[in-house]
Design a protein around this ligand. Structure first.
Ligand SMILES: *[C@@H]1O[C@H](CO)[C@@H](O)[C@H](O)[C@H]1NC(C)=O
Ligand SMILES: *[C@@H]1O[C@H](CO)[C@@H](O)[C@H](O)[C@H]1NC(C)=O
Length: 313
């Protein structure tokens, strides 16, 4: 009913202006045809109003031409208008004021500059989570460039194919010191880290640490951090070098039974030396103990002394 009202309004408009003109003749019936006649006020008029104006299926479109209103028959309504069909006439009706193209009165398809389409409506500003796109005149997901889905305009959560995600942004290649993982995200490149070398091991030869002159000693270090696929690989964790040992006899402790007899004399001879050595060691231990005892005493001296010492230093 509203549409009919609008039609009537438009018709009245047409009748207000004189000189409705032939326009868009392509769509018009033959001038002499029964479909063409003019209403009061129209001297030359290509459309007959209010009924049987255009061929069936064509829409009547009224255009302003300066002060005049011109009726035109069109196969489809121009931008900014939508078509309504009724048994006796088809009209082009203007879309909402911010709408450039619409499906019907309530559903805009394209907005005019300065407003943005969201669910068929033209809005001056987009709802939360969306941003206005001036090129599309639409509210679009506020995703950064090359981003397929995002939290907001700053934070991408999934990049378009061929891009890698880092800190919410999409990159063609991961930046230096980053590398892509299986889910196309840039992760920091991790380089191998090893500890300091441990002390050199005992000088040995064929697993024995006695009875030779030239041997080999080994030192090791441990991997503290395994590298990521593109990180620098781990260096050797052990190394050997030649070493020179003062040739010394293997101690009886390490001897096997068979060797015992063979080495007995040698051992006897050595025993004297060994005893002397043990005595020396005992003496040394005593000295060490006394040393440490006296050191303990020193440490346990009253605090006053210490602070005085510290003061004098
Ligand atoms: C890739 O890295 C991201 C961020 O560290 C992580 O959440 C994801 O689970 C990783 N994917 C794989 C397959 O390791
Ligand atoms: C000296 O003190 C340390 C602890 O401070 C202790 O372990 C050590 O046995 C002490 N030495 C002697 C000989 O008392």
């Amino acid at each position: 009913m509203q549409l009919q009202l609008i039609s009537i309004v438009l018709i009245l408009h047409c009748m207000e202006y004189t000189n409705c003109q032939h326009h868009g003749s392509k769509h018009l019936p033959n001038k002499q045809g029964s479909g063409v006649s003019c209403q009061g006020g129209c001297q030359t008029c290509s459309v007959m109003l209010p009924t049987d104006t255009c061929k069936p299926k064509l829409f009547i479109h009224l255009e302003r031409d300066g002060m005049r209103q011109i009726g035109v028959c069109l196969a489809s309504c121009p931008n900014g208008f939508y078509g309504t069909r009724s048994p006796d006439r088809n009209d082009c009706i203007k879309c909402g004021s911010e709408c450039d193209s619409c499906f019907n009165r309530n559903f805009c398809l394209r907005c005019r500059a300065g407003s943005y389409l969201h669910k068929g409506k033209c809005m001056e500003s987009c709802p939360d989570g969306l941003v206005s796109s001036d090129t599309m005149k639409e509210c679009v997901p506020a995703c950064p460039a090359d981003c397929e889905s995002c939290q907001n305009s700053d934070t991408c959560t999934r990049c378009a194919p061929g891009h890698f995600l880092l800190h919410g942004q999409c990159h063609h290649v991961c930046p230096d010191e980053f590398e892509p993982n299986d889910s196309m995200e840039c992760i920091p490149t991790v380089h191998c880290e090893v500890s300091e070398w441990n002390e050199w091991g005992p000088c040995s030869r064929s697993g024995k640490t006695c009875g030779f002159k030239w041997g080999e000693e080994t030192r090791t270090r441990t991997v503290l951090q395994n590298p990521s696929p593109m990180g620098s690989p781990c260096p050797a964790t052990s190394e050997k070098r030649e070493c020179l040992v003062k040739r010394r006899r293997c101690k009886p402790k390490g001897q096997r039974r068979g060797e015992k007899k063979k080495r007995f004399n040698l051992q006897e001879k050595e025993n004297g030396e060994a005893r002397r050595e043990r005595k020396r060691e005992r003496e040394k231990e005593t000295i060490d103990r006394e040393d440490s005892e006296s050191r303990n005493k020193t440490e346990h001296r009253p605090r006053r002394d210490q602070s005085r010492d510290a003061g004098t230093v």
